[in-house]
Design a protein around this ligand. Structure first.
Ligand code: FAD
Length: 479
């Protein structure tokens, strides 16, 4: 089949921004994005209408399709503080290209978002005095508060913005194969030569043997968390070097807006980080959604995870945020993804395939939560398909202890944070793959094979993922 100058596996934000930058730098380059999901305008999650997750086949609309996990994301673009001499949010791009270069790259990427219609308003830049007060209170509890400017697109607006980018790319000669899955990589003598593809409806058919080969000597892996499992398989099969990785395991926490009102007003998203005793693991809040909604996403082999988002216009009266614990493994077990998947499988089984929800007070009372009790609970769950139950059966002692200690400590900073009616949904897990070993140009141990975005562990959010795409385009085009 055809030869391409650059083949990108996936069409999430990292891939889309790579393609955008190639169009700016060298229009003569033949670029192909291969995406297992649909065009952004054809992505519809049925949960809105049906009130429950129907586990769409062959692919989940929330995680797959043009703009990847970004399409239905809350669209909070994390920027940086001018005065900081480090980058605290979104990934580790700066470890490869330096802090100053990363800041310049974020500025440039932000300009592209603005060009395609992002809101010009920045959250978290006013109220310096008020934020400092919360910061000081948190410090006393051994909690660090990171406050950086955020550009909030909103779920419905993200969808529209990425649709404009998709249109722009196609009009400018970028080819995109939709509903097509990359099943394997073609690697010879430690050099990438292309990819093997098949229609997505056969993605999980182990007996399918009609894969087509697409040739190209620059292949970029931009597979996101959705592709983390596939990436592990590729690394094992093709001897692609990895570094020991992390998996973040935790819950989605839902509580009334009125408890979070100061954090929501002054920062929109407060990023609290701590290392509670006795484990001293990193515990952090992540992806805070004022007046938001708890949501679900389905990964390979029907693993259902919880997430959250908020719209620009449609509002609830609850705030939701993730509380995540970072887990690292070394000897003799070093398969963080497998560990996370097992936790998720157990918890999914307890919820009969659904997300499980439990009141904080019930955990302290040593009991499960019942459906009837939720009906009279002062915090009404926004995820209607969640099943009342007991998450402590599935989250390990270490994860659970970290989360409960963190909640108690944060209660001293944000009064009401540990109210017994607040809700914990599980599992929320961030799979970052076994981190791929890459050089400063994001090239893996295989010549011509690059890894960007969330999938290979380089980034953890929209802005950084998009920026990693821009940088890779520059690296490849200068060659
Ligand atoms: C509900 C939700 C809310 C979020 N909210 C925020 C937020 O507010 N702010 C923020 O910064 N981040 C948020 N995120 C995270 C953000 O969406 C991701 O960090 C970002 O999308 C990562 O971009 P990416 O390009 O690396 O991967 P992804 O966006 O995951 O895209 C990867 C793409 O690759 C495709 N793919 C995978 N494997 C294959 C294969 N073998 N063949 C073909 N295609 C393949 C997938 O279908 C997918 O479309 C949220 C995520 C979710 C799910």
């Amino acid at each position: 089949m055809n030869n391409y100058d650059i083949i990108v596996v996936g069409a999430g934000p990292s891939a889309a921004f790579l393609a955008y930058e190639v169009v700016q730098l060298d229009k003569s380059k033949k670029v192909l994005l291969i995406e297992q999901g649909k065009r952004v305008e054809d992505r519809n999650c049925p949960i809105e209408k049906l009130g429950k997750c129907t586990k769409c086949k062959p692919m989940c609309h929330i995680t797959c399709g043009f703009s990847g996990a970004g399409a239905f994301s809350d669209g909070k673009l994390s920027l940086y503080n001018e005065e900081d001499d480090d980058i605290y949010v979104g990934g580790v791009l700066h470890e490869y290209i330096g802090v100053e270069e990363t800041k310049r790259l974020i500025d440039y990427t932000d300009e592209i978002y603005l060009k395609f219609g992002a809101d010009t308003k920045l959250e978290g830049v006013d109220y310096k005095k008020e934020v400092k007060k919360i910061y000081d209170k948190a410090k006393k509890e051994d909690i660090n508060l990171v406050n950086i400017p955020i550009r909030h697109l909103g779920t419905e607006k993200s969808h529209e913005l990425y649709a404009r980018i998709e249109k722009y790319l196609i009009e400018n000669g970028v080819e995109i194969l939709f509903e097509t899955t990359v099943s394997d990589l073609v690697i010879e003598e430690n050099r990438v030569k292309g990819v093997k593809v098949r229609a997505s409806k056969y993605a999980e058919d182990d007996n399918y043997n009609n894969d087509k080969i697409i040739n190209g000597d620059k292949v970029v892996l931009a597979v996101g968390r959705k592709g983390a499992n596939w990436l592990v398989k590729m690394c094992d099969n093709h001897n692609i070097q990895t570094k020991s990785g992390t998996v973040d395991i935790g819950i989605r926490y839902e509580l009334p807006d009125k408890v979070m009102k100061d954090v929501n007003k002054y920062m929109y998203e407060g990023k609290f980080i701590s290392r509670p005793y006795p484990f001293r693991d990193k515990v952090r809040t992540f992806c805070q959604n004022p007046s938001g909604f708890v949501s679900t996403e389905v990964y390979d082999n029907n693993i259902t995870l919880v997430n959250g988002h908020s719209y620009k216009e449609k509002k609830s009266t609850n705030t939701n945020l993730a509380i995540l614990v970072s887990h690292n493994f070394n000897y003799p077990f070093n398969r963080p993804i497998e560990y996370g998947r097992n936790v998720a499988k157990n918890l999914n089984a307890l919820g009969n395939g659904n997300i499980v929800v439990q009141r904080l007070g019930d955990i302290y009372r040593g009991k499960r939560t019942w459906e009837e009790e939720l009906k009279n609970n002062s915090v009404e769950p926004t995820l209607k398909s969640a099943v009342a139950g007991d998450i402590t059966f599935a989250l390990g002692y270490r994860t659970m202890t970290n989360i409960l200690k963190f909640i108690s400590a944060l209660d001293k900073v944000v009064e009401g944070f540990a109210h017994p009616d607040n809700l914990l949904y599980g599992p929320e897990i961030k799979f970052y793959s076994n981190k791929l070993a890459i050089n400063n140009e994001f090239e893996t141990s295989i010549k011509g094979l690059y890894s960007i975005g969330d999938g290979g562990g380089l980034t953890r959010g929209l802005m950084m993922a998009s920026a990693s795409g821009v940088q890779t385009a520059r690296n490849i085009c200068k060659k």
